[in-house]
Design a protein around this ligand. Sequence first.
Ligand code: GUN
Length: 290
Amino acid sequence: MTAKIIDGKEFAAGVRAKVAEHVVRLKEENGLVPGLAVVLVGEDPASQVYVKNKHRSTVEVGMNSFEHRLPADTSEADLLALIDQLNTDPTVHGILCQLPLPAHLDEELVINSIVPEKDVDGFHISNVGLLNTGQKSMVPCTPLGCLMMLRDHHGSLSGLNAVVVGRSNIVGKPMASLLLRDSCTVTIAHSRTKNIEALCRSADIIVAAVGRPEMITGDWIGEGATVIDVGINRIDHPEKEGKTKLVGDVHFDSAVKVAGAITPVPGGVGPMTIACLLASTLTACCRSNG
Ligand code: GUN
């Protein structure tokens, strides 16, 4: 058996096209253009790439993109002042502060200074609470993208056994909340979980978000299970000296032989994250307009 490859690139293109259509209508009917402000502090190379891609995608769907690049030694007061200004700017509907922040900045404080209605990352403590109590909230983009692909593949997720590997606030925990909301039976596995291989093998759905390259191999996966790989890890290329290669948290070549469906890296979850960010910005804009 060879798994169906879930094409995140194609799926994301469909989501972006729908967002772009809505943006046109919003402009025609309400004279509103959704605006996304992205704040980047410092020069982390991976973050710079992410922010550039976010800007390009935002403009492509017809939204306003406001990029704020600040030096690595920016003070907390200056960063909070910028966020305050974005919070009250009526042309800004979504605010994203790219993580990780430099070590001298308090990430929790900064995230919680964004007004919850504009927190398109869904990281604000109010949004976390709303999500966990099943109320309307902004939802973190990566888990939302994973959920959309799972719903598309399975139809209903009700009653399925899901194992989320990884307990981060950005992916693992909100992913578990979303799956529970869709009536899955959810287990969060992590570095201390006993018999993690057997636990994963019992799952109908595995979401891998641990940040350990190719940790989940084919023998961890039950026949026909759906595998969503959130990992993006750069490793030395196994065949090409001096080159690197992007891999997920799942060992694709062994997993693809056992799974029923699997997302590749790259081209799986990654493109869906940005598409969901745009969809959340659109939602924030619509809600701001009543
Ligand atoms: N850094 C890595 N992933 C994310 C994300 O989803 N949101 C933000 N703000 N920063 C990130």
